[in-house]
Design a protein around this ligand. Structure first.
Ligand code: SF4
Length: 352
């Protein structure tokens, strides 16, 4: 078990973040909230994959009506992501958002920041101070010259001081850069200097393949050091993949378990079954399972029976027929066409 750094706990729409709370998984919709149906469709799929907090962009005034409706319909807390126009933050608060994400670098003036913070305090809404290396405040950039980890931390601490002056302490902080090493260094520095909870992410990480790698390395290193209270994997792709990747990272470190840990062989010349589509189908059909179960899909007798035996449920494929294992015991010989169906039935029964 990795010891976590002690942070202050906040509650965002009933979800606890920081302190002894489990690391929370969040993601962001890709739709304009004006399109309530499309946004809700995405939120439902994200929630099904295990998303616990959802962030929506509020690009303009017209989006507010949709945000209000989304808050009413969604059964998980909604965070409004605000840039540039501080009035959007005030409108989002008025619409009832559970959390606010602001970037001091894009809100620009102290007065406007103050206005947002005071209103959020009044309504008891937590704020994420979302520092981004690509949009650091002018003053900080002048002082440091470049968006260094030190500059990012300084910007976060400045904004914390502003919040504290107003009496708002329901805060979490993110320090994102698209460069993994800068991100890691910024979070490490911040963790040395503050006990506010942190939201981890590598920003603009990229398309799914490279984005997951960057996030797994960046977030994984920090989480292994006990840093991080909530995480988002940013990908140019379906947010459901972000949620899946987040749980994958947490599971790999033994921090949280949710859903199926699918063990499958990488396939090789010895393989007697077409394993790749088989594994894809199993993954898709078990996506709704929340119980932390290990499922093995193996292609031959070398490691197949061994892995399948160690898993909660497993199938060790062979020519035309496979062995179905449950908790180490062979429970059935299954004909090739029925493998997925039998595996899914057994997993669903065990999850129940
Ligand atoms: S389990 Fe068998 S088929 Fe799969 S990679 Fe190993 S040796 Fe190859």
């Amino acid at each position: 078990m990795i010891p976590r750094k002690k942070t202050r706990q906040i509650s965002l729409g009933g979800v606890r973040i920081g302190g002894k709370a489990p690391v929370v998984v969040q993601s962001m919709t890709t739709t304009n909230p004006r399109d309530v149906d499309a946004t809700m469709g995405e939120i439902t799929r994200m929630q099904r994959a295990g998303c616990e907090l959802v962030r929506v962009a509020v690009p303009d005034k017209e989006a507010i009506k949709g945000v209000r409706e989304i808050i009413r319909l969604a059964s998980l807390p909604v965070i409004a992501d605000i840039h540039f126009d501080h009035r959007l933050a005030l409108l989002a608060l008025e619409a009832g958002v559970h959390g606010l994400r602001i970037n001091p670098g894009t809100i620009r003036t102290r007065d406007r920041l103050r206005e947002i913070i005071a209103e959020a305090k009044e309504r008891g809404v937590p704020i994420r101070i979302g520092i981004n290396a690509g949009s650091l405040e002018e003053g900080v950039m002048k002082r440091f010259g470049h968006p260094t980890p030190e500059a990012m931390v300084e910007s976060a601490l400045d904004c914390i001081t502003l919040c504290e002056d107003i009496g708002h302490q329901a805060l979490k902080v993110s320090l994102k850069a698209s460069d993994v090493l800068t991100t890691i260094e910024a979070y490490r520095l911040f963790a040395q200097r503050s006990d506010y909870s942190v939201h981890l992410g590598v920003t603009e990480a990229g398309p799914p393949f490279s984005g997951v790698i960057k996030s797994a390395v960046g977030l994984g290193i920090l989480l292994a050091e006990g840093i991080g209270d909530t995480i988002r994997v940013s990908l140019t792709g379906d947010p459901v993949l972000e949620v899946r990747a987040a749980y994958g990272i947490l599971r790999a470190l033994g921090i949280r378990e949710r859903g199926i840990d699918l063990i499958s062989c990488p396939t090789c010349g010895r393989c007697e079954v077409d394993i790749i589509p088989l594994v894809e189908e199993v993954q898709e059909r078990l996506e709704h399972i929340e119980a932390p179960l290990t499922v093995a899909v193996m292609g031959c007798v070398v490691n197949g029976p061994g892995e399948a035996r160690e898993a909660d449920i497993g199938i060790a494929g062979g020519k035309g027929v496979g062995l179905l294992f449950k908790k180490g015991e062979v429970i059935e010989k299954v004909k090739e066409g029925a493998w997925v169906q039998r595996l899914v039935e057994e997993v669903e029964a065990m999850a129940d």
